[in-house]
Write a protein that binds this ligand. Structure first.
Ligand code: FAD
Ligand code: NAI
Length: 476
């Protein structure tokens, strides 16, 4: 006998688990089916983001930043620490502790909200009257059959493979392996200088590896505002010490004791020899095993589930959210879509504004933005004005020892409405929220300029950039 539900969510990442909680809060009898098992073979909720993505990467970024600070920054404060050492085992265990704490937390929230927590691979089997039938398998054996009025597909994404090389997570690593190395490699190669490459490259560089990134695109961080991207490139190569090679074409990769990566740059053939290689060239949607073909769930040519603006797929009462659908592959975007779908099922009229999805790259300094870049505004023919301000003289940044970076406010030339906020600097992952709020409330740069910002605080640089956009800079 099948278990009956109003809503079954397939996938327990930040899209799926949030959708399940919201659906349950709205009074639906809800189940969440998730297939992920941690390296110990135990089910662990939270998807890519919690288990092998956002959270563990930030844990390691912090550990490596602390180690770097002890070695390079503490002396400036008059603190000397002789022979600072890092125990990679302890660092990795700390990261795992954070994951299990949060994964257990999701399990607790499921209990609290009466979401049925079902472990296994969910597959759409067809319809039984008005209901969808979902089969759940674990290690190939059927463990459950569920029936649901609504299905929310939140199966996430996986690393995009690079033809000609096999990820074994021993020598050649994807994000899972990059987050679980047991020692610092002497020479680390990274294919793809995107978000994962830069974050993971920074971690292992700060711990002592020589890191070389090989990037196919000619432009560094092509999606970012290019003024900020150029400053980031300079800082990450000069200060962090990453060797970033742009515009390369990867050739043969041979894996032995050493890994040899042949590549072409500016017409010349070169070879990079490393001890470990991270492949981070983007991610692909997870739809294998979902039963999409069997039930006629429409996928696009790249394998994403095709959805409309409300995340509704081509089948009745089938929805899809997060990395498995169009749009940025970000945890907060997945969660917002999850909430919106649950509320739409409940008859509400939610809205997800893609123009105000914040982006953050957690390098040091951090890079963050929301809204349009200068390049986009130019391409769209929008007349804009801009104001920039620097962290160099900001009292709080100087006190922190991180007085480096820029904030740029872009506003409509006529109406002064904020169109984009771009920054590189200390803790800009937190500062970008001011831009998100301002844009959601359709604020002008004058609005930010007239709002009191605490002194001394990093947010004063946002204030000053907004004043500069209005030609009223006080410290510029
Ligand atoms: P996922 O988190 O991928 O979850 C999908 C879940 O569904 C997984 O548990 C999967 O095992 C399961 N599943 C798949 N198929 C089935 C099936 N048929 N049945 C049952 N279960 C299934 N984003 C940010 O916003 N900030 C960050 O700092 C950030 N850092 C990242 C760092 C790294 C190294 C990586 C790899 C990603 C990072 N991301 C970050 C991206 C973020 O992880 C994703 O955007 C987010 O996890 C997408 O959420 P999701 O719920 O759509 O899918
Ligand atoms: P990415 O899209 O950010 O970067 C991939 C890079 O690889 C691109 O610059 C691309 O030009 C390059 N590339 C592609 N093919 C190549 C090839 N054959 N040779 C050399 N370079 C090649 O993807 P990444 O870093 O894998 O991360 C996946 C996604 O995960 C990100 O797009 C982002 O959505 C999410 N993420 C978010 C984070 C955050 O929010 N802080 C952190 C890490 C990941």
């Amino acid at each position: 006998m099948s278990q009956q539900f109003d809503v079954v969510v397939i996938g327990g990442g930040p899209g799926g688990y949030v959708a399940a909680i919201r659906a349950a809060q709205l009074g639906f009898n809800t189940a969440c089916v998730d297939a992920y098992k941690n390296p110990e073979g135990q089910p662990s909720l939270g998807g890519t983001c919690l288990n092998v993505g956002c959270i563990p990467s930030k844990a390691l970024l912090q550990s490596s930043e602390n180690f770097h600070a002890v070695q390079h920054d503490f002396a400036k404060h008059g603190i000397t620490v002789d022979n600072a050492k890092i125990d990679i085992d302890t660092m990795i265990k700390r990261k795992e502790g954070i994951i299990s704490k949060n994964a257990n937390g999701i399990g607790f929230l499921f209990k609290k909200n009466k979401v049925a927590n079902i472990h296994g691979l969910g597959s759409l089997k067809g319809r039984q009257g008005e209901k969808w039938v979902i089969e759940v398998t674990d290690n190939g054996a059927v463990v459950d059959t569920l029936e649901a009025t609504h299905v929310i597909v939140a199966t996430g994404s996986s690393p995009r493979p690079l033809p000609g090389v096999t990820v074994d997570n021993v020598k050649v690593l994807d994000n899972e392996g990059a987050l679980a190395m047991t020692e610092v490699p002497k020479r680390l190669g990274v294919i793809g200088a995107g978000v994962i490459g830069l974050e993971m490259g920074s971690v292992w560089k700060r711990l002592g590896a020589e890191v070389t990134l090989l990037e196919a695109a000619p432009t560094f961080l092509g999606a970012a505002d290019q003024q900020i991207a150029k400053e980031a490139f300079k800082t990450l190569t000069k200060d962090t010490g990453l060797d970033i090679q742009m515009g390369v074409k990867i050739g043969n990769i041979t894996v032995g004791d050493e890994i040899s990566v042949a590549y072409e740059k500016d017409g010349a053939n070169q070879t990079l020899v490393v001890d470990k290689l991270i492949v981070s060239i983007g991610r692909v949607p997870n739809t294998a095993g979902l039963g999409a073909e069997a039930v006629g769930l429409q996928l696009d040519e790249r394998g994403f589930v095709v959805v409309d603006d409300h995340c509704h797929a081509n089948l009745p009462n089938v929805w899809a959210i997060g990395d498995v659908v169009r749009g940025p592959m970000l945890a907060h975007k997945a969660s917002e879509e999850g909430v919106a779908v649950a509320e739409r099922i409940a008859g509400q009229k939610p809205h997800v504004d893609f123009n105000t999805v914040p982006w953050v790259i957690y390098t040091s300094p951090e890079i963050a933005w929301v809204g349009k870049t200068e390049e986009q505004l130019k391409a769209e023919g929008v007349e804009y004005k801009k104001g920039t301000s620097s962290f160099v003289a900001n009292g709080r940044a100087l006190g922190l020892g991180h007085a480096q970076g820029t904030v740029k406010v872009l506003a409509d030339a006529k109406t002064d409405r904020i169109l984009g906020l771009h920054m590189i600097g200390p803790m800009v992952s937190e500062l970008v929220s001011e831009g998100v709020v301002a844009m959601e409330f359709k604020a002008s740069s004058e609005d930010i300029g007239r709002i009191i910002h605490a002194h001394p605080s990093l947010s004063e640089v946002v204030h000053e950039a907004a004043l500069a956009a209005d030609k009223r800079a006080l410290h510029g």
